[in-house]
Design a protein around this ligand. Structure first.
Ligand code: NDP
Ligand code: 8X3
Length: 250
């Protein structure tokens, strides 16, 4: 039977590539994000019958609950939840940090992930199993200068992934965490508030990961046999050894 994957942040980067790659593996996709046009483009690309677009902001718990409640019966048998929506806002030392940026990162990366999980979990439980894949980060494993609140939000994702695995094992629900290093997406453009030049400089002088690299990993994780849970993966560009050590050509 066709499986259904609920992918947050499917309008760009890792989430978009994951939606496309999972569709290649035969999944139908509930694709979510705030940018409706991009979800519609994805639906056109993969076929109307294969994509169900859901537009909501993960920061708004009521909107999350209402969006999930609108899913028609045929789309309620969710097998996989990819908690991918997230971003960084700013890169400043703690003394200069903006409270708005801190709120955004905590509200999106931590509370948003919790809201979506709480709304979708009953659908997985009804199926008698399922798989949650949380997108953490190398920033959830170590901190780096000026990364403060983004790193804290991803450390929270790391803690929540471990905690969810413990709480949900009794329901036969797998919980996996994928922790990428530098991936070339819209991530840095968002972090630097639309400064494309500064964003591009993050990925200059080495070969960063591409969204497709992470998408293929997620597809691999969710297509393992029922008794196998690939619980945690740290995936880095070859040129990267840690958050602060990236070998770049001059
Ligand atoms: P992108 O900026 O390309 O994608 C972010 C996605 O998240 C978009 O689809 C965006 O959709 C969605 N999103 C952001 N805010 C909200 C919101 N408030 N409500 C709903 N959806 C939202 O970045 P990436 O693909 O790189 O990021 C995906 C995940 O990967 C994030 O969790 C990020 O922290 C993580 N990550 C990224 C790394 C990298 O180097 N790029 C490395 C490690 C982890 P929309 O704007 O349409 O709402
Ligand atoms: C994104 C990777 O190193 O910019 O999570 O924090 S990093």
């Amino acid at each position: 039977m066709t499986k259904i994957a609920f992918v947050t942040g499917a309008t760009s980067g890792i989430g978009l590539a994951t939606a496309v790659d999972l569709a290649k593996h035969g999944f139908k996709i509930i694709a979510t994000g705030r940018r409706r046009e991009r979800l519609q483009e994805l639906q056109q690309k993969l076929g109307e019958a294969n994509v169900y677009p859901l537009v909501f902001d993960v920061r708004d718990n009521v909107a999350v609950i209402e969006a999930v409640a609108t899913l028609p019966d045929a789309w309620r048998k969710v097998d996989v939840l990819v908690n991918n929506a997230g971003n960084a806002h700013g890169l400043s030392p703690i003394q200069d940090g903006s409270v708005e940026d801190w709120d955004a990162m905590i509200d999106i990366n931590v509370k948003g992930l919790l809201y979506v999980t709480k709304a979708v979990l009953p659908l997985l439980q009804k199926q008698g199993g399922g798989h949650i894949v949380n997108i953490g980060s190398i920033a959830g494993k170590e901190v780096y200068p000026n990364g403060n609140v983004y790193c804290a939000s991803k450390h929270a994702v790391d803690a929540l992934s471990k905690a969810m695995r413990m709480d949900l094992v009794q329901f036969g629900i797998k919980v996996s965490e994928v922790n990428p290093g530098a991936v070339e997406t819209e991530f840095s453009e968002v972090r630097f508030k639309g400064d494309k030049e500064r964003a591009a400089s993050v990925y200059k002088g080495f070969q960063p990961l591409q969204a497709q690299d992470i998408a293929e990993l997620i597809s691999f994780i969710v297509t393992r046999p029922a008794h196998v849970n690939l619980a945690e993966v740290l995936v880095l560009p070859t040129a990267q050894a840690s958050s602060t050590i990236i070998v770049k050509e001059q």
